[in-house]
Design a protein around this ligand. Sequence first.
Ligand SMILES: [Zn+2]
Length: 124
Amino acid sequence: MEFFDNAIGKAKEAFDIARKKTGEVVNTEKQKFDVSSLKSKRDKHFCALGKIYFELIKDTEELEDETKELVIAIKEKNEKIDALNAEILSAKNKRVCPNCGANIDVNSVYCNSCGVKLVIDSEE
Ligand SMILES: [Zn+2]
């Protein structure tokens, strides 16, 4: 009986160690997931804050070098994005209203969003 109790005791011990190890692994993985999830959410906040700050300083002449480089880089990307979006729209026979920025048919005479009279390319 003593042998039997010992065997059960050893098995229970091994099981407890295994459970503890598994528990630790699971816990660490969950914590790692939580960290990366929080980092991702925080980075979105950084991005939103950056956009607010960008709007405040984008036309400022005197900026520190690092800030200036980032403002220039963002403006360059915005110009490329606008140019590509214009290409995409013209491929779909659409254009951007110069007044309100709405996507309108390339042959529209008036913007159906803000109503401004549009100059057709051939009239320019
Ligand atoms: Zn418009």
